[in-house]
Design a protein around this ligand. Sequence first.
Ligand SMILES: *Cc1c(COP(=O)(O)O)cnc(C)c1O
Length: 453
Amino acid sequence: MTALNVPPHGGPDLPQERRLVTEIPGPRSREMFARKQAAVPPGVGTTLPVFVTKAGGGVVVDADGNSLIDFGSGIAVTNVGNAAPRVVERVRKQVADFTHTCFMVTPYESYVRVCETLNRITPGDHDKRTFLVNSGAEAVENAVKVARHATGRPAVVVFDHGYHGRTLLTMTLTAKNMPYKHRFGPFAPEVYRAPLAYPFRWPTGRERCAEEAAAQTIDMIDKQVGAENVAAVVIEPIAGEGGFIEPAPGFLPKIAEFCRANGIVFVADEVQTGFARTGHLFACEHEGIVPDIITTAKGIAGGLPLAAVTGRAELLDAVHPGGLGGTYGGNPLACEAALAVFETIEREDLVGRARRIGSIMLPRLRALAERAPAVGDVRGRGAMIAIELVRPGTTEPDPALTAQVAKRCHAEGLLVLTAGTYGNVLRFLPPLVIPDHLLEEGLTILEKAVIEA
Ligand SMILES: *Cc1c(COP(=O)(O)O)cnc(C)c1O
């Protein structure tokens, strides 16, 4: 890809500015939202009811002509930016050549190239295999299938605050009842939950968090399940929906070590943390963790639906022919998009860019925490950053304040997302190509919203 003219922010040629021409949402969006409410069940929620017509770089443009600053990236998906030029070019060519054959019927090269690339760039230099599916949940579900098949064991261990998807198995793996599990049971059997090393909320303090949480996890596995019955431990290296919780340093290595010693497949769910988001290609790299299986999705293909299961060759090769797959898995448009994403991350140094975003955001948020006692914790790595809002001087969650701050940001044209088991976390996931001036402007809006609320 030589003559590609990449705009500095890496998106379509949209003015990189915040621009409010109506209230948020404006009349056109409100009209479409009324139609949405009549046609789509309320179970499919809406964070911010503006209807999008264009997006790129650090902005989302709505049907009323408002241009909003994007601190969400469609939930950590458009790391390379929306309608990123290389993605557009590759997908445009592919859509004209062929749109589907089913890789299991007649294969095509792009699928294999995506797998070769993931085998190379994921942590660890052992022999790996990859196969492709459509969503993060499907990837996690397949990782469990592979682990069970390869080990011949039934049990799966997951953690407090974990999020792994919405299918029967993955909602069972997910920790939070409302809204993900409520009245959707009965759940899948043989799923066991362990404590997560959550530094801000560990009863005996941050210093003892990693060691005690690991000891409790190992004790739970040994006493309640039996290590020899456990197929897989599934964990996000940074809990995403659970509130951007970085496990206390030392916790992940201890769990990985225990898995290795007991023949348990260590599955890192990097669906949200992957592809440069945290200032490494994968969040496991922060502590040098080499997972047996890694699941990826969200940031992999610039918004086209794609997900992957990558793991040790001997595990993935254990499954009989025909045991893995799906009609659409590794769709050719999505594979081309993924190849464009890999190239963009490398050529535009988006790993470095994620670190820079963190180095701009974290100091300003820490300064905000000094001024606003409701900001109980500031945390995150790279461009995966969060603040946790509490009643001043305590760790008591304040979800009402959190919702209020998010609402104020939305009204000012800053798209932010909330998260957390207690609904009291504001999370920031800007596209890695967001220009600095929009990042700074977004932070100013956020600071004002927190102070005023
Ligand atoms: C979003 C997410 C999933 C589920 O991905 P879908 O594509 O929505 O099915 C699984 N695990 C983690 C860590 C996620 O953030």
